[in-house]
Design a binder for this molecule. Structure first.
Ligand code: FAD
Length: 466
């Protein structure tokens, strides 16, 4: 029986496609480039490969359907930014490399818009910008620090610090004391981007096989070209691209390269006009928070309010199962938080109609990787954590440039060729991750209760960043 993919997320439900899987791989095949995963990374890689060389034979193997993973479930943020700060990139790779990396993610936001127009992808693009909202004086210094850091890297003119009254002219968030704003971010319909890209790359000549699970891969050997293995046959190619983000941890060789961390989302019914009048938010900005316990909000084109966050516990051994996409206590916590941020939701008795989630891939050092080993014939891009919409475009574009032997401003970025150290074996991984997950919540609570910002010097804050 075919699975009902419309239940995976509101975005897949409303993307306008039938979601019937394309035909699976039937027997073995050969290609120039074989890609595992039809999310943004795999699809962008295919897109730029075929843009550079339309004669390439590109095959994409997808376990479920295009957009089944994080690309069809995310919080709609198409925003510049990375989970690793510019300051930390600078410590690792120098000032100019850090600046260039941030510049490249700004460019990726524009590039996604450009391609969506060129291919008529109808992704509900809305450039409302991004507001990181401080709720209480203890959160304001983090915004000021962030602004100063962005200024130091030459991005000061792209950001504005707003005080409480400037912020309230845009949106009414309870207890808000200010915000950091950039106009360079947009909300999108994530699944329409993934599904539209899949159609676009097919139109350019790629073969997408859905319902086809990659179970292993093999680098080039003295007797064979690189291979993607599936239960029904192998695809042999000059280059194999591993683009499965969190799901890569299911492959034996990559099991400890990342941990799957669940991000969860709740969505309201369309709000009545009276509620929107009280809340404001006419600019459709993306909204986030400087707290360690991540939350992300967006206003959809259907007049609904999306409230996402992390909080589901890490599970021993890093398993990925569909039932983890819904975690009742975390979803309830997010509904409560949404009502706390926006009291009109309760006053107007607004219902929550959808709840879903999915795994993010978290590397040990929070550092994304874009890699191509020409000798082994293996390419991969992963580890974007919560910033994959723009980063996957950058990664796919860069992988295509590396594979086709181009040298560009992107191919020398420090994300290229980066190797994150592996996560610890169990039980140490479970113990460490659970400790940090619980401790970061405590850091936020302590800051809120004391009214003082986190000092940035506690063990848990250090662990969270290393
Ligand atoms: C709930 C949630 C909210 C998020 N919110 C945001 C946001 O607002 N902004 C932002 O920038 N980022 C966000 N992210 C992160 C972002 O969505 C991802 O980083 C990005 O979509 C990753 O794209 P990808 O193609 O690398 O991976 P995925 O989209 O996960 O694609 C991987 C694909 O591989 C397939 N696959 C898995 N295993 C196999 C196998 N064995 N064989 C073949 N195929 C396989 C999967 O079915 C999937 O289609 C969010 C993520 C989640 C889960």
């Amino acid at each position: 029986m075919t699975r009902d993919y419309s239940q995976v997320s509101f975005w897949l439900e409303t993307c306008g496609d039938s979601l019937r899987p394309r035909p699976p791989l039937d027997g073995s095949a050969t290609a120039d480039v074989a890609i595992m995963g039809a999310g943004y990374t795999g699809l962008w890689t295919a897109y730029y490969l075929l843009l550079h060389d339309p004669s390439l034979r590109v095959v994409i193997l997808e376990r479920d359907i295009a957009g089944f993973g994080a690309s069809g479930r995310n919080g709609a943020w198409c925003a510049p930014g990375l989970n690793i700060t510019a300051g930390r990139l600078e410590k690792l790779h120098g000032h100019e490399a850090a600046r260039a990396t941030y510049e490249a993610v700004f460019e990726a936001v524009d590039e996604i818009h450009r391609v969506s127009i060129e291919h008529d992808l109808d992704i509900a693009w809305r450039r409302g910008g991004e507001l990181i909202v401080a709720r209480g004086p203890h959160e304001t210094p983090q915004l000021e620090d962030e602004y100063r850091e962005l200024e130091r890297f030459g991005f000061g003119d792209r950001y504005l610090l707003l005080d409480a009254s400037e912020l309230s002219a845009r949106i009414q968030v309870s207890r808000a004391t200010g915000a950091l704003f950039t106009p360079d971010a947009a909300s999108i319909q994530p699944a329409k981007l993934a599904r539209g890209l899949a159609r676009a790359v097919e139109g350019m000549g790629a073969n997408i096989h859905e319902g086809t699970e990659v179970t292993d891969y093999q680098p080039r050997s003295s007797t064979s070209r690189p291979i993607l293995r599936t239960p029904t046959g192998d695809v042999t190619a000059d280059v194999v691209v591993l683009a499965g983000e969190a799901y890569l941890t299911r492959l034996r060789r990559l099991h400890r390269s990342m941990i799957p961390v669940w991000s969860l989302i709740v969505l309201t019914e369309p709000l009545p006009d009276a509620a929107w009048e009280e809340i404001g938010w006419q600019g459709h900005e993306l909204i986030g928070s400087p707290r360690f316990t991540v939350v992300y909000l967006s206003r959809t084109s259907e007049r609904r309010l999306l409230f996402g966050g992390r909080g589901a516990p890490y599970r021993f051994g890093s398993p990925i199962r569909d039932e983890y996409d819904r975690h009742a206590p975390t979803h309830e916590m997010l509904r409560d938080l949404a009502r706390e941020w926006f009291p009109p939701l309760a006053r107007h008795d607004v219902k929550f109609t959808h709840a879903w989630g999915g795994p993010l891939g978290m590397p040990r050092d929070w550092h994304p990787t874009i890699s191509f080993d020409r000798v082994a014939g293996i390419a991969s891009a992963r580890g974007y954590i919560g910033h994959g919409v723009s980063t996957a475009n950058l990664a796919g574009r860069t992988l295509a440039e590396l594979i086709t032997g181009r040298r560009t401003s992107r191919t020398s970025l420090p994300l290229v060729g980066h190797r994150s150290r592996s996560w610890e074996p169990e039980p140490f991984r479970w113990l460490g991750v659970r400790f940090v997950q619980a401790a970061l919540g405590r850091v936020d609570r302590l800051a809120e209760e004391s009214g003082k910002p986190p000092r940035g010097r506690s063990l848990e804050e250090w662990l969270a960043r290393h």
